[in-house]
Design a binder for this molecule. Sequence first.
Ligand code: NBP
Length: 477
Amino acid sequence: GTAQIGVTGLAVMGRNLARNFARNGFTVALHNRTASKTRALADEFGDEGTFIAAESAEEFVAALERPRRLIIMVKAGDPTDAVIEEFAPLLEEGDVIIDGGNAHFADTRRREKDLRERGIHFVGVGISGGEEGALHGPSIMPGGSPESYASLGPLLERIAGKAKDGTPCSTHIGPDGAGHFVKMVHNGIEYADMQLIAEAYHLLRSVAGYSPAKIAETFRTWNTGRLDSYLIEITAEVLAHTDEATGKPFVDVVVDQAEQKGTGRWTVQIALDLGVPVSGIAEAVFARSLSGHAALREASASLPGPVAAPLSEAEAERFAGQVEQALYASKIVSYTQGFHQIQAGSEEYGWNVDLGAVASIWREGCIIRAAFLDRIREAYDTRADLPSLLSDKQFAEEIGAAQEDWRAVVAAAVHQGVPTPGFAASLSYYDALRAERLPAALTQGQRDFFGAHTYRRTDREGSFHTLWGGDRSEVTG
Ligand code: NBP
């Protein structure tokens, strides 16, 4: 075979990835369960590069140069297993199967182990950037063996997005499921970013009394500063859009029930398993599910709330500045939590993930791309074993400078009855980290009282129990 790469599964993502490889000079073998789509793609985009359209699995495999590299871009779940089983028997030792779908990292670990035993490299790769990213340069998060990255990496780095300094947004994340794990956390952070932006919008609308058009302007201004990011940019576009049918702001004609495909939920489920506090990300997932509970909201719509006094124009402007501070500070917390989760996953599974490299490949191509990620990369460059982003001197200084405004915004939200679970949870996380003493000591006392669960003391080593039902003397536990 002469194709350097093959793509099977030619829906939006697979099509665009295949075209991206071809546009970068690679010969690309194409395959799809429904063969008519394969032909159609080769016919429509044949002038972009060299495609080999394969009708059957055998033809597809035969079209690939060795060691073979074939990317599966089908619906995640059972279809992925079905396609692996279709191709694995046709492959030879050293060939590489790449799953570019949104697989759960535990599935990727299972598949990698199974195929490794059969002499085949399996690379679970997280791909972010949606269909546009797939075509023009996504952020790519490959797992799998180092040998497989040696063979595959140069191709991925060619088609990946490029950071402003020219660095490709693809790097070997770590063995087996590391790539899909990091993609999962990327999506969890994306949920948090979106929720925080939504809260900023809600506050500007309800407390400052701004129109969607005025909020779009505000976001455009923010996008020229430290909040410069794809999500702020598209938020301004969405808010500035007018519905053609009604002439109303587009945002006012959309049903206010957010949907989700599941990667945010996975992030929180896995965080609970790993014992990592990702409260901001969790609130973002819960905010979406709450919005979708139409019956619950309808039944509660008559609950009383505060009567809010409108702000003057000058007050509104000042408040908008405070919201920018609150958004930035909360964003630092979301990323602190997300990177903590990657660090914990890396330790649990022995992946040795380079957190600075993760920040680096999120700078372009993916949905959370932002100027901010360069700062995170710098923080890990300065100190690779940074225990938390909040232990970085610069981030600590910035969040410290924002904290008074952040508190003012959360207080205003509470006073005026605007839900801000993301801002509030992030602020609580910040305050919990800086607290000298936490009421967890009392929790331990309660646990010892009802369940003899024992506690440790601040002044002595060991584990202790108080005889609560007896003379309340202390014994060693
Ligand atoms: P879809 O997730 O909609 O999957 C459609 C493709 O899967 C078609 O090629 C279809 O073949 C094939 N397929 C199915 Br369904 N069942 C199959 C089976 N049993 N055997 C063989 N092929 C089967 O496509 P997508 O939206 O392009 O996404 C592809 C992957 O990329 C997904 O895992 C997705 O989660 C992930 N992803 C998507 C995005 C995005 O923005 N859309 C971003 C990042 C990652 P057919 O043509 O014969 O029906």
